[in-house]
Write a protein that binds this ligand. Sequence first.
Ligand code: ARG
Length: 573
Amino acid sequence: MKLYQQVATEVEKAFSATGLTEHPIVLQPAKNRDFGDYQINGVMGAAKKTRQNPRELAQKVADALQENPLIATAEVAGPGFINLHLRPEKLAQYIKSALQDDHLGITHSSEPQTIVIDYSSPNLAKEMHVGHLRSSIIGDSLNRVLSFLGHKVIAQNHVGDWGTQFGMLVAYLTEQQQNGRADLELADLEQFYRNAKIRFDEDENFANTAREYVVKLQSGEASVLALWQQFVQTSLQHAQAVYQKLGLKLLPTDVTGESFYNDQLQPTVNELLAKGIAVDSDGTKVVFLEEFKNQDDEPMPFIIQKKDGGFLYASTDLACVRYRINTLHGNRLLYVVDARQSLHFQELFTVARKAGWLPESVLAEHVSFGTMMGKDGKPFKTRSGDTVKLLDLLNEAVTRASALVASKNPDLSPAEIAHIGHAVGIGAVKYADLSKNRTSDYIFDWDSMLSFEGNTAPYLQYAYTRVQSVFRKAETWDKNSEISLNEPLEQQLAVELLKFEDILNSVADTTYPHYLAAYLYQIATLFSRFYEACPILKTDEATRNSRLQLASLTGKTLQQGLALLGIDTLETM
Ligand code: ARG
């Protein structure tokens, strides 16, 4: 149900009938619901261009909307706005068909794409920390929304599993195996890394072994590769435990790490040299980008191979673009990576386009996001200033939420508390992130994210249980009876429910999940106003059945919408 498109089509017809074929209608959801459902703002601009009186012109457009099948009233206001109310009987009919469809009346994209989403992508040398949270949950939500709209989504977990640090880690692993302490040490990767680094810094022999291991790794020596494998597998298991706790869609098979591109790096560099896009500058292979200037107004260098033959993050990403286009056949590439890498991605896409690897028809987007801050306004850290392990953070969320649930509802069994606490705790962490515009930094604050009031996961989860409790009380009712929307609040809720597909499409186009969050908050707020003003159960039979259907679509929309943000709903809490 593309409600916006339906209304826009009617308004465009009215514009044409008034002789305004070339003018944008500028249709928007009404700012104040009491004045209408939608608002046309395009008449003033059209009047100016055609030298007409705006209010008179607006009246002509409004007249052309009389007796419209979708629009009940069109009223001119202010200097030439037009407020539109939709026909309640039409809304009722749409609500009915949404309820009868198990996809809530949401159509699959008419042009399904193959969309490759790079997200989570932690470096495996260390444990996952809070810095990986945003990419993981934003990427997961985009994956869910785009899949729901019928696209083929290929998740790519571009883990950092290659590079010089792995020489050090593997050297340390060998030592610990000799001591019989390998398993113990691997249990805490953060500590493992720190210990390896200490050995590297204080023991020259160890450092030399580590350097040799880097060379052996790159030349593919089997025994060293096996050790590296062992380390990487352990680290991936740690990551998988985090994904499970978070309830992400990411699977072990979605891992295509940096090492995967190893044998493609030299051919990639060679091709850029052969095409004259990269040059040899004193042994370093570089692409100079005229499009990007440094402070001295010189073209920025995009380095793809070091003097010593070593490759870089950029070289891997170039090989990776080719793979995503040629092998995965992506039509759209999304990279959910923090804002600090924005120049890297702009340069990457520019080079890939120059090389002809990234066709114009393919959209490549850096889905960038800001930093998670502590309450002190500085990047989120532990009290002692260390990075916070992601698993610890998630455990704390569940513990805090469980305590909250137990205090609100002392009669619950420990198993129920654990179940609800998990959904609320993880939901709160995800929603606090997904409800904000991803491009800005945001303050991570336990109290506000776990609050049952305001735009939070607990509020929405609770709103859902309220809807469900109506159905428990109702017991029997007639799903097939007529829907009639007589009260303004019924109509407003109906209009909002019918915007679901428009909202999902805007999330898909812009890659901003907070549009969906804001929408669900609207639905919950409107439902609660409707619920207070319009009795659902204690009223005549026909009204009761009609209102229960509206409540039913509200529940389904909240549940589906939260699911698309990766958040679980509960029947009671
Ligand atoms: N591993 C990188 C990091 O932690 C992120 C990788 C993002 N994806 C990519 N294709 N560059 O910063």
